[in-house]
Write a protein that binds this ligand. Structure first.
Ligand SMILES: CC(=O)SCCNC(=O)CCNC(=O)[C@H](O)C(C)(C)COP(=O)(O)OP(=O)(O)OC[C@H]1O[C@@H](n2cnc3c(N)ncnc32)[C@H](O)[C@@H]1OP(=O)(O)O
Length: 400
């Protein structure tokens, strides 16, 4: 452990943090015009720096709310832009940044920290567990036909980027959330705008209008314009819908865009029913299943009390959390809720594994079979599968 200093950066230091982070992920620094936009994606007071004596590491965060099973929205911090200068790695700089960040979150009542990991082997040691997954799928536009009973949907309005920037935040606000979805603060929308403006191809947006107003939207770009004729690919970035008609209506539009061979929907929920819309389900194919959000339960008692549970016999869990030991101890989980208990535990797991279970993405009995949960009563693992299970697959859909 070195004696570097960790402190919150001032707004004037954000650009140096951005340059440093971009260097760690092998990007060139933002030029002045890019930085003017990118600066708006930095929440004031949300970025830590490590100094030794100059800036050698950084980690950024912003505030939002996470939707948990049952629909409650609890305070979360999105963690991003973690980077350490290549000549200072493996000396504990990231550890100091991430533990300092978690202690700060705990002090100000943040319940969850969420991140998207550059490498899967980094964050488990800090209590982050893989909590949502996604699948990327493609549809062969020329051969795909919608089944006749698929809803027609409402009117779909096409927006350019300037208009999308104005309209989409309010549409997103209106839409229902799956577990794992999050509110999107202004800094995130600024981040998306910045990414879209930097891209060579124009970003388009679609808004679906249902009987009660906007009830879904999608964004897309068409790539492959320089390839030999007619191999263009329409790539769907964001896609959120509040009704089956909006989902069908937006897909009807996307499959009707001219001069496109393939429509690729990036990082969608595992249970999104695209196959059910198609007359021949083999016209869609899964390109990959990948990690999505990693979550860290910063306040385990609040997190466990905040979600709803399935109907099964009560289970007592013992949670182990060396970094935030106040979270440790036994919790009784029942269909009515969760609270601390002195009863003996039937299952024992660390806080990283609890994060994998919390949104219902991984079954406790599968984690037990893999040796990640210590089982003192085998019936408890089966009951925990039902208690922690969710009706729909948890998914965020928000990249940062
Ligand atoms: C949420 C996001 O922002 S994702 C983006 C993450 N950033 C990047 O990938 C940029 C490129 N990489 C880097 O900048 C750095 O290598 C970092 C930030 C990943 C790690 O920073 P370091 O200061 O080297 O990490 P630090 O020395 O504190 O290591 C802490 C622990 O993590 C481990 N670790 C660090 N980097 C990695 C890695 N890439 N893969 C696996 N383990 C790692 C260390 O071995 C150490 O393990 P220990 O708990 O057994 O002691």
């Amino acid at each position: 452990m070195s004696d570097f200093e960790i402190r919150t950066l001032t707004d004037a230091e954000h650009r140096a943090a951005s340059d440093l982070f971009r260097e760690t992920v092998h990007f060139r620094p933002a030029d002045d015009a890019e930085w003017e936009r990118a600066a708006r994606a930095y929440q004031p007071g949300g970025t830590l720096g490590a100094f030794d004596p100059e800036l050698v590491g950084t980690a950024r965060s912003f505030d939002a709310e996470l939707t948990v099973p049952g629909g409650a929205r609890l305070p979360m911090a999105g963690v991003t832009s973690v980077g350490v200068r290549a000549d200072r790695t493996r000396r504990g700089v990231m550890r100091a940044l991430l533990t300092g960040q978690l202690e700060g979150f705990a002090e100000r009542g943040v319940v969850f920290a969420n991140l998207l990991a550059s490498e899967a082997s980094i964050y488990g040691r800090f209590g982050y567990g893989l909590a949502t997954r996604s699948r990327t799928y493609s549809v062969d536009r020329h051969r795909a036909r919608l089944r006749p009973e698929v809803p027609v949907g409402g009117e779909v309005e096409l927006l350019d980027l300037d208009r999308a920037v104005e309209v989409l935040p309010a549409v997103y606000e209106r839409l229902p959330h799956r577990p794992g979805m999050m509110t999107r603060p202004e800094v995130l929308w600024r981040f998306y705008e910045n990414q879209a403006r930097r891209h060579e191809q124009p970003t388009k947006a679609l808004v679906h209008h249902g009987p009660d107003g906007p009830d879904g939207f999608a964004t897309y770009r068409v790539e492959g314009l320089h390839a030999h004729p007619w191999t263009k690919q329409l790539e769907v970035g964001h896609l959120f819908t509040g009704s089956a008609a909006a989902f069908a209506g937006l897909w009807r539009f996307l499959l009707g865009v001219d001069l496109v061979d393939r429509v690729v929907a990036e990082e969608r929920p595992l249970d999104e029913p695209i196959e059910l819309l198609l007359a021949d389900h083999r016209r869609s194919s899964v390109d990959r299943i990948a990690d999505e959000h990693w979550i860290r339960l910063v306040d385990v008692p609040r997190a466990l009390a905040g979600r709803e549970y399935g109907h099964a016999a009560p289970v007592v869990l013992e949670v182990v959390d060396p970094l935030l030991p106040g979270n440790g101890g036994a919790y009784r989980i029942t269909p009515e809720g969760a609270e601390r208990t002195d009863e003996p535990a039937a299952l024992r797991l660390d806080v990283t594994t609890l994060a994998m279970v919390y949104l219902g993405t991984w079954r406790p009995s599968a984690l037990a079979d893999a040796g990640r949960i210590e089982v003192r009563d085998p019936a408890a693992a089966v009951a925990a599968d039902v208690l922690f299970g969710t009706r729909v697959a948890s998914w965020s859909g928000t990249y940062f």
